[in-house]
Design a protein around this ligand. Structure first.
Ligand code: ADP
Ligand code: MG
Length: 326
């Protein structure tokens, strides 16, 4: 059974950045306003996330890494909505099957912090009282140490680190009210955003002044498609080399080939050769219309009315570019 769980976990968590994304979402769910991430060897050796959120009650620490342990079901209105968030209570369990996981946490009601180490979904040894700040610190060491196939297929720590930068940069832009810090262990900070910053300011910090200067805001609401969109696109008057399509659907960082293609097709007629657009889109859809069959940790997302929604996005970006450059 352990082998089966390990294989399943290796499918869900394909690289350090996938694990980190789950951990960041947990910190955000715990209403953290400051999140500090420290990494060794692209997260393969060491990945730590420290937040100042609600913390985990010590009497929950023994089960927190068991599969399907979640404290979040009561937040969701109906079963349909729960299922759109996919498998609940699987992230910590999955990570614990394929790494050495340590949780140090303190709630405001507790006098001290508590620390537990986990393996294969279970607590390893006793929970210890210790010093610590309010919030949760999760340390993931030796990720994939027992998943031989996964270790081989992974690229260099440097490449894993670029994926981590993308995830942290993306969440920092999208959650501009939360402060994010990313650093390699013992080295300088690579990303640092402030609490109560703004989306544009964080795009400037992460992608540079030249991109931030040319941003155009887009907004769209469509009741028949039950969608709303808020975002920033680059003005093609000042196109640049380093592009990116940053896409959030219902506040989750996702990828969608079809949205990516649509954005490319809008820009291809405007952009000079070798130039790329920077596009940040935050789309909110009725959760019932987002495909429940795609595993939440999979990057690619599917949703209903895709064609119509993509047409809307395209024409929204296009008319913005036209109105500003005519
Ligand atoms: P889920 O997020 O789907 O509930 P996870 O496996 O990601 O499942 O997390 C399990 C549970 O552990 C959460 O429901 C939450 O109660 C607790 N938890 C995990 N990370 C944090 C955190 N950073 N702060 C507070 N609680 C946390
Ligand atoms: Mg989670």
């Amino acid at each position: 059974e352990e082998v089966v769980n390990r294989i399943a976990a290796g499918e869900i968590i394909q690289r350090p950045a996938n694990a980190l994304k789950e951990l960041i979402e947990n910190s955000l769910d715990a209403r953290a306003t400051n999140i500090i991430i420290t990494v060794k060897a692209g997260g393969l050796k060491y990945l730590q996330i420290q937040d100042n959120g609600t913390g985990i009650r010590s009497d929950n620490l023994d089960i927190v890494c068991e599969r399907f342990t979640t404290s979040k079901l009561q937040q969701y209105e109906d079963l349909q909505e729960i299922s759109t968030y996919g498998f609940r209570g699987e992230a910590l369990a999955s990570i614990s099957y394929i790494s050495h996981l340590t949780i140090l946490t303190k709630t405001a009601a507790d006098k001290c912090a508590y620390k537990g180490s986990y393996e294969n979904g279970k607590l390893k040894g006793p929970i210890k009282a210790c010093a610590g700040n309010n919030g949760t610190q999760i340390t993931v060491e030796d990720l994939f140490y027992n998943v031989i196939a996964r270790k081989k297929s992974l690229r260099s720590p440097a490449e894993e680190y670029t994926h981590i930068m993308e995830v942290v940069g993306g969440y920092a832009i999208h959650n501009s009210h939360v402060g994010f810090t990313l650093k390699k262990f013992g080295e300088n900070t690579d990303i640092k955003t402030a609490m109560k910053s703004s989306v544009v300011e964080n795009i400037r910090i992460i992608h540079g002044n030249s991109i931030a200067r040319e941003l155009l805001e887009i907004k769209l609401k469509d009741d028949t498609l039950q969608m709303s969109l808020h975002g920033y696109v680059t003005n093609v008057n000042y196109s640049h080399k380093k592009g990116a399509v940053l896409l959030f659907i219902n506040h989750r960082l996702v990828d969608s080939q079809s949205i990516r293609k649509a954005v490319d097709s809008v820009y291809c007629t405007y952009l000079p050769k070798n130039a790329h657009a920077f596009v940040y889109l935050s789309i909110e859809l009725d959760p019932r219309n987002v495909d429940v069959n795609v595993h939440p940790t999979k990057h690619e997302v599917q949703f209903l009315y895709e064609e119509q929604i993509i047409e809307k996005i395209k024409s929204c970006i296009e008319s913005k570019l036209l109105s500003c450059n005519s």
